[in-house]
Design a protein around this ligand. Structure first.
Ligand code: SF4
Length: 132
């Protein structure tokens, strides 16, 4: 990551300019997109007509760090929560999914490939529920 580049949160709110990171499949896992797609107001308005956006997609945007409830003071706690409360663990033999934000991803910066092996099992609704 370049020094002036901001880390990216891989579990962000759906706002104009955010990256559409993946689509939640029927089994609840997230199919990550290899192509970088930025969403706009039109996408949000159209896609909001179905179920809650956070249950159907994952979005990415600049990490808010200390401005976020999931920030411990020095790292993002969502992966810790996934392990401790949902008992999600990485399988070392799994290949890393293709991903459009890996070069700046906060979770990848913290845990490398292990983060990417847990990541598809996390949806935004999960993080919200577990941290309230
Ligand atoms: S944890 Fe890995 S797969 Fe998930 S968004 Fe970050 S770089 Fe992509």
């Amino acid at each position: 990551m370049k020094p002036d580049q901001k880390a990216t949160c891989p579990s962000a709110e759906p706002k104009a300019g955010a990256v559409l990171l993946g689509v939640v499949k029927q089994d609840g896992e997230v199919a990550l997109l290899s192509q970088r797609i930025e969403i706009d107001e039109h996408f949000i308005e159209t896609a909001s007509q179905g179920r809650d956006l956070g249950q159907r997609f994952r979005f990415a945007s600049p990490c808010a760090a200390k401005g976020c409830a999931n920030w411990s003071g020095h790292h993002c706690m969502v992966l810790d929560i996934a392990r401790q409360l949902a008992h999600i663990e990485p399988h070392v033999d799994e290949l890393l999914p293709a991903c459009s934000i890996r070069t700046t991803c906060r979770w990848f910066m913290q845990e490398g490939g292990d983060a990417c092996r847990i990541c598809p099992k996390i949806n935004t609704g999960f993080a919200e529920v577990e941290t309230v």
